[in-house]
Design a protein around this ligand. Structure first.
Ligand code: EPZ
Length: 417
């Protein structure tokens, strides 16, 4: 098994370019199935989740070819509408394929996605929305069996602005004759990116980024060369890492407005942050103040940066509070941070964090993607050495995180244990 071995106490200093967003690339790859012509996804970040999604497309009969960061896809010969459990248990976003499979084949047979360590991850909103559009859905033997032969354009109101359900429904409506509308849609930047990707193929979607998305059905989607947006969660993770180590970094190829929630909290914590057109510069004295955080759908504070801010609050003066509104078990790492000397009390969806002077290196175990990233940045700031185990979780959403951090002056290496 691989682990990260981290020598703590090094300030992060320097410049780093941020790559394309995992949570933009995943729905875009799902959407690629709907087009029968050559597609190029430029600057594609090959996180393990992306690699699995590419394998899913190949299992359906799509042709793919990687040339450095260019990913070529042609789905003309795709003929299979089934996604097996071996894939859905590895990457939850395989559930996004329901919409594109229905647009492509008017049917879909997808194994139930596993939950994961941050919560049960239900898919009721996805299925309710598809049923509203006339999809006949049977859930049996662990599979979701969809018959879209009678699908019609219509309007769907989501009980909750679910990112995945919004993306699934957008893709299900792309070729439905007439006008479809999604109300109470999620407003994440990755939703806008999916709209822009589909429109670059000739789709007619508008309103992404607001809570009402309109899709006018089209007959044909054509070739495109598309570059997904920058990863706001990777950027936010490194901003928080810099804050914890008292560093000074500049992140390039970012979209600062996508990170306003975390930038506001870092300023409240005592950091200086300057924004440029597509760069974010942060300076930290390492002397941090506690703050209050409540996770919300975008543009609220992102749940995917909650664990990283939990780590930062462990060494922030005062008592911080974090309320996690999106996922019911997203404080799993508090036990691991406690091993490093943190003083955290968890009550249901609330964490109370009493700041300590410093954390101490320890051997800790990642149990999910963003929690693992939070343990790494805690190790960067701790005194002594930290080993983070089960780093395969981290590789799902950070490509060679150790390389990025070493570019910024950290001392972290990937070891076999
Ligand atoms: C997307 O997950 C992201 N993943 C998650 O990032 C992110 O945490 C989440 O959105 C929230 O921003 C991708 O984009 C691949 P949701 P998704 O549906 O779509 C409830 C990461 O670390 N819900 O917006 O699964 C759900 O339980 C990952 O990169 C239902 O109740 O999230 C949760 O409480 C983790 N029924 C809330 O909605 C449903 O049918 C938000 O979930 C669907 C969701």
């Amino acid at each position: 098994m691989e682990a990260f071995y981290i020598k703590g106490g090094k300030r992060l200093v320097g410049e780093l370019e941020i790559g394309s967003a995992k949570n933009a690339c995943l729905p875009i790859l799902a959407g690629a199935l709907m087009c029968d012509e050559d597609l190029n996804i430029a600057k594609c970040s090959y996180f393990t989740d992306i690699e699995i999604m590419i394998n899913i497309l190949e299992s359906l009969g799509c042709e793919t070819k990687k040339e450095e960061n260019n990913l070529y896809i042609n789905s003309k010969n795709a003929s299979c509408h089934i996604i097996k459990e071996e894939y859905t248990k590895k990457v939850r976003s395989s559930i996004f394929m329901l919409g594109s499979l229905l647009t492509k084949f008017k049917k879909a047979l997808v194994a139930y996605p596993g939950g994961c360590n941050i919560g049960t991850r239900p898919i009721d909103l996805h299925l309710k929305g598809l049923r509203t559009l006339g999809v006949k859905i049977d859930e049996k033997h662990g599979f979701i069996d969809c018959d879209g032969s009678n699908m019609k354009a219509g309007f769907v109101h989501l009980d909750f602005p679910s990112v995945g359900a919004t993306e699934n429904l957008m893709m299900a409506c792309v070729k439905l004759k007439g006008k479809s509308v999604i109300y109470n849609a999620a407003k994440e930047p990755e939703i806008i990116d999916l709209q822009n990707f589909i429109n670059s193929m000739g789709g007619k979607i508008s309103g992404a980024g607001t809570s009402t998305i309109t899709i006018i059905g089209v007959d044909h989607l054509h070739s495109t060369n598309y570059t997904p947006i920058s990863d706001r969660i990777v950027a936010g993770t490194y901003l928080i890492a810099c804050a914890m180590t008292g560093g000074h970094i500049k992140l390039k190829n970012t979209i600062p407005e996508h990170n306003l929630a975390v930038i506001t909290k870092l300023k409240q914590s005592g950091c200086d942050v300057d924004l440029f057109e597509n760069e974010i510069e942060i300076k930290s004295s390492g002397k941090l103040k506690s703050c209050a955080i409540e996770t919300q759908p975008y543009p609220g504070f992102p749940t995917d940066l909650q664990n990283q801010m939990l780590a930062l609050q462990t060494i922030s003066k005062g008592t911080g509070i974090i309320v996690e509104n999106l996922f019911e078990t997203r404080f799993k790492i508090y036990g691991e941070l406690t091993k490093m000397g943190a003083d955290i009390t968890i009550r249901d969806r609330m964490a109370l964090i009493k700041g300590v002077d410093k954390l101490y290196g320890a051997t800790v175990t990642a149990s999910d993607l963003r929690g693992g990233a939070a343990l790494v940045i805690a190790g960067l700031s701790a005194s002594g050495y930290t080993t983070v185990e089960d780093i395969y979780h981290i590789d799902r959403g950070y490509k060679n995180m150790e390389n990025d951090l070493n570019i910024l002056g950290a001392e972290i290496k990937r070891i076999e244990i």
